[in-house]
Design a protein around this ligand. Structure first.
Ligand code: AMP
Ligand code: DBH
Length: 561
């Protein structure tokens, strides 16, 4: 552990303040489950397909696994990469890791070799914990590639690992009689979230037990979760939103029941809601649109989904437009809660008791009275009240630095520790935030974030690509999709290549797929141009490119009408 770049602590004075104010309770996350298990052991904690975990079963399994993981050689203070879809075992693993002081790096199910190998090597992970197969993707093959390239030694497989005993360790073989576990310091890093990022490589977000516990506890209170709450997880539950806002961990803290769905497909989700009397769920805007039209269609067919138990749908991850927001209650019969958060920390919620206009038109207000919000102009000076500007924030659960990213940290944080979110917001008189846009070089594809630079770097690796710029283009369903503008190298005879004579968009898309990136990062569209436009400062003029492509799309739509 390199203390200077691995983790940036809060200033000592503030740490004391956050403790005195009761935000930091100095309890490690492992105790969250032990407490609910002691209070309501027989209550069902998790439902996944036909499997059930009571709180005491989950607690015991986590302890048995903690013992086995230690016995297998994992050391407190190290990191592992966890790459799992929504499954109950994930929570046995998370709590076992919290209890032995090994921090999971929470990869998304859509991540592939490019991202996973980077996390493993950059973070010097000691193990890769994954499943055999998910959604048609063979995780064991990915694990084999990691091992053959000496990127990771130890692979732990959830589920079927038959025939691979030499290479892989079956999770099932790791449960042992519980032993005394190490003392965990709640100021240490509990887990790593991943940033949507703006740079060439994804950034790791170190979240401590203290700060994460506070944010999920306060979120559960804001969302009024109780033992009677039944939360349906349809998004990948390792993501910060469904994990902690208040998400799976918030529900487990409140003693409610967590229902895990493989995905958010309306037919599956609607039947799980009816079957388990789900009270709350969380989703990104495109999924909310899908649910709205599915419910409307079923109503027309006289087969309305039975969603009576559902009280709240949380929508976040990307801007939810007001027109769609206003359709939630009439069509789905439940309340909307807007959530504007980030894996780096700050989370805003509309409150359940807010008036309808606030819920429909704002992205909520911060969790904590001690979340500091600054809205500034390009020169870092505060804008006038109500004006739009860059959102900066610091507080009891917002990080002070990414993991091993000194150079980037110098830009992503102000000298006095505010995180530059890259979001353009304005604040209403009552302190609610409205997201107006984004200054960061990122595409938000329906809640899935793409760092432009990461994809541009991949495109530049193609032998015929001279230069590349990735920008967002408007999309009625996802909000945004990605469009790559590409210039090609001059031909052998030094003649500039004309448009896409030699290489087609589909060739470049295939090339990117072969880079083994998560599929959502592959550009939806590729435009070949002679040269990239520049600003007066000599930077690529992405504003011009965004306008150009959105006008082109608008013209195409008009022609169709
Ligand atoms: P990340 O830093 O990768 O966790 O992504 C967080 C980012 O998602 C925020 O900084 C926003 O740009 C975006 N975001 C999250 N929730 C919302 C929302 N409700 N409305 C608009 N943008 C959002
Ligand atoms: O988009 C996000 O990262 C996000 C959205 C809502 C988030 O991290 C959160 C709530 O906690």
């Amino acid at each position: 552990m390199n203390p200077t770049t691995d983790f940036t602590p809060w200033p000592t004075e503030l740490q004391q303040q956050y403790r005195a104010q009761g935000y930091w309770s100095d309890e490690p996350l492992g105790t969250l489950l032990a407490q609910t298990a002691a209070a309501a052991g027989e209550h069902i904690a998790i439902i996944a397909d036909d499997k059930r975990w009571s709180y005491s079963q989950l607690d015991q399994r986590a302890n048995q696994l903690a013992a086995g993981l230690l016995a297998s050689g994992l050391q407190p203070g190290t990191r592992v990469v966890v790459h799992l879809p929504n499954c109950g075992e994930l929570f046995e693993i998370l709590f076992a890791l919290f209890r032995i002081g090994v921090a999971p790096i929470l990869a998304l199910p859509s991540h592939r070799f490019a991202e996973i190998s980077y996390f493993c090597s950059f973070a010097e992970a000691d193990a890769y914990i994954t499943c055999a197969n998910n959604n048609g993707f063979d995780h064991r093959e990915l694990a084999r590639q990691l091992r053959h390239n000496h990127i990771i030694e130890r692979v732990i497989i959830v589920g079927d690992s038959t025939g691979d005993a030499e290479e892989f360790c079956a999770l099932d073989s790791l449960y042992q009689a519980p032993i005394a576990l190490p003392n965990i310091n709640a100021s240490d890093v509990a887990l790593y979230q991943l940033s949507g990022g703006t740079t060439g490589v994804p950034k790791l977000i170190p979240r401590t037990h203290n700060d994460y516990y506070y944010s999920l506890r306060a979120s559960a209170l804001i969302c009024e979760l109780t033992q009677a709450s039944v939360y349906l997880a349809v998004l990948p539950v390792v993501h910060n939103f469904p994990l902690s806002s208040p998400g799976a961990l918030g529900v487990l803290w409140a003693g409610g029941t967590l229902v895990l769905a493989e995905n958010g497909a309306p037919d599956l989700a609607f039947s799980l809601i009816e079957q388990h009397q789900v009270t709350v769920t969380a989703m990104v805007p495109p999924l909310a649109l899908t649910w709205l039209s599915a419910a409307e269609n079923r109503q027309k067919m006289g087969d309305a989904p039975k969603l009576k138990s559902l009280q709240v749908i949380q929508v976040g991850g990307a801007k939810f437009c007001e027109t769609a927001a206003r359709r939630i209650q009439p069509i789905l019969g439940c309340q909307l809660q807007q959530v504007f958060g980030m894996a780096e920390g700050l989370v805003n919620y509309t409150r359940l008791s807010d008036d309808q206009d606030t819920i429909m038109t704002t992205q909520g207000r911060p969790i904590s009275p001690h979340d500091e919000i600054r809205i500034v102009n390009d020169e870092d000076r505060p804008v006038a009240d109500g004006e739009t500007g860059h959102l900066l924030t610091r507080g009891p659960y917002t990080i002070r630095g990414y993991f091993r990213a000194a150079e980037h940290n110098a830009k992503a944080f102000t000298a006095d520790g505010f995180y530059r979110t890259g979001d353009l917001v304005r604040m209403t008189e009552r302190g609610y935030l409205i997201v107006e846009g984004r200054a960061k070089d990122q595409i938000n594809r329906g809640g899935e974030k793409i760092a432009a630079e990461e994809i541009e770097n991949c495109l530049l690796a193609h032998p015929q690509v001279q230069d590349a710029a990735l920008v967002a283009m408007p999309d009625p369903f996802l909000g945004e999709r990605s469009c790559a503008f590409v210039t090609l190298r001059t031909g052998c005879n030094q003649q500039p290549l004309k448009s896409n004579e030699l290489i087609k968009a589909s060739d470049l898309q295939r090339f990117l797929r072969e880079c083994n990136l998560a599929t959502f990062k592959i550009p939806d569209r590729i435009e070949f141009i002679a040269s990239l436009p520049q600003t007066r400062l000599g930077k690529v003029d992405k504003k011009y490119l965004r306008e150009w492509i959105s006008e082109k799309l608008a013209r195409a739509t008009q022609l169709k009408i």
